[in-house]
Design a protein around this ligand. Structure first.
Ligand SMILES: C[S@@+](CC[C@H](N)C(=O)[O-])C[C@H]1O[C@@H](n2cnc3c(N)ncnc32)[C@H](O)[C@@H]1O
Length: 280
């Protein structure tokens, strides 16, 4: 089947819808990417043109299809212990703040949110760091909330099963301690052990939705490598929203290539890509 041609007019309609629903700003340069990623959606619905697909998006089943559209458009690239310094910072600084400052300890449980969890490598890297700290510090209790707008990415994350090659860089002792080796049809795959997964909750969630399903604030929020897809007003809105979800003294971590300079927020800059809400 010949791939239908994406016209500028249809691309504009699709970009607008993507922006309205996710704040992902596609700009003018992503036309080829959009057309290559949406081919499967068009085939699935038997659409012979993008115009027909746009009509479907605005029709009766539009709301459901928009979720597939966002899924197809979103970039889920991630890997274990990406930007290693963020995990070292938990150990060097955040855990000692938690020990020293009763206001920062809140109800005594360390709470972290991975706000763009993708396929799970980021939240599991955080969970491993927290679990290792708990092994050395009996009494340290922790829990994690993990969320993403992409249902396929989140399903992979929640399953916690990865080809061994995804963990090539991980030290052997960590692999042995926190992963189970697959057998039979699962040979060549590793699964995150249930003792880690038991402390983790998963949410299919848009960062721009009206309210978040959390009733307590966080010591740390990881919102990394997702701000780059949003425009400045959306970034500013989101950073201020996330800041309100932090406990006093709490930390927000963004990706190393995501500077918050030029946007107005009340957080202190601690290191590049690490921001802090003023302690009480
Ligand atoms: C490149 S991945 C980053 C994964 C991980 N945080 C990391 O740094 O390796 C970006 C993720 O952001 C998610 N995302 C994009 N827009 C979103 C939104 N509006 N709300 C929630 N998640 C979103 C995408 O689905 C994707 O999984």
């Amino acid at each position: 089947m010949v791939q239908p041609k994406l016209t500028q007019a249809d691309y504009s309609k699709i970009s607008q819808l993507v922006y309205q629903h996710s704040r992902i700003h596609l700009g003018d340069s992503k036309m080829e990417l959009v057309s290559s990623r949406l081919g499967k959606r068009l085939r699935e619905h038997g659409c012979s043109s993008y115009t027909e697909y746009c009509e479907l998006l605005h029709g009766r089943h539009g709301a459901e299809e928009i979720n597939h559209l966002i899924d197809a458009i979103s970039t889920n690239h991630t890997f274990f212990f990406r930007e290693k310094k963020h995990f070292e910072f938990l150990e060097s600084t955040v855990f000692s703040d938690f020990n020293k400052d009763p206001a920062f300890r809140a109800d005594g449980r360390f709470r972290c949110w991975s706000a763009a969890a993708s396929t799970g490598e980021e939240p599991y890297s955080i969970a491993i760091t927290l679990a290792r700290h708990a092994e050395k510090n009996p009494g340290f209790r922790w829990s994690m909330e993990c969320s993403d707008i992409s249902s396929t990415a989140l399903a992979t994350a929640q399953a916690g099963i990865y080809p061994e090659s995804r963990l090539d860089e991980m030290p052997l002792d960590i692999k042995r301690r926190y992963f189970q080796r697959g057998v039979g049809s699962q040979l060549g795959r590793l699964r995150v052990k249930s003792e880690l997964r038991a402390n983790m909750q998963w949410h299919l969630m848009n960062l721009f939705q009206d309210s978040y399903p959390f009733d307590s604030k966080f010591q740390v929020i990881f919102c990394r490598n997702v701000m780059i897809y949003f425009d400045r007003p959306s970034q500013e809105w989101l950073v201020n929203r996330l800041a309100r979800m932090l406990l006093p003294g709490g930390y927000l971590k963004v990706g190393h290539s995501e500077s918050l300079s030029g946007i107005t927020h009340g957080l202190q800059t601690i290191l590049p890509a690490v921001y802090r809400k003023a302690p009480k």
